[in-house]
Design a protein. Structure first.
Length: 65
């Protein structure tokens, strides 16, 4: 089962909350690119995936201007 969390990891933390192995950045989905465009890049969306247990996390950060 694929679970997606928002704002669940900090920008420094790149280990999986389930198994503790390293997580890798994965490309953004079309919806996330549209959100960036419509918000004038106010939100920074990052996606991470664990290749060991296939856990996926989406992190949304508010850009400070």
């Amino acid at each position: 089962m694929l679970t997606i969390y928002s704002n669940s990891i900090s920008s420094e933390q790149t280990c999986c909350p389930r198994c503790g192995s390293d997580m890798m950045r994965i490309p953004k989905r079309r919806f996330e690119k549209i959100v960036n465009l419509l918000s004038f890049n106010l939100f920074k969306i990052k996606r991470y995936s664990c290749y060991d247990c296939h856990h996926e996390i989406t992190q949304t950060v508010l850009n400070r201007l």
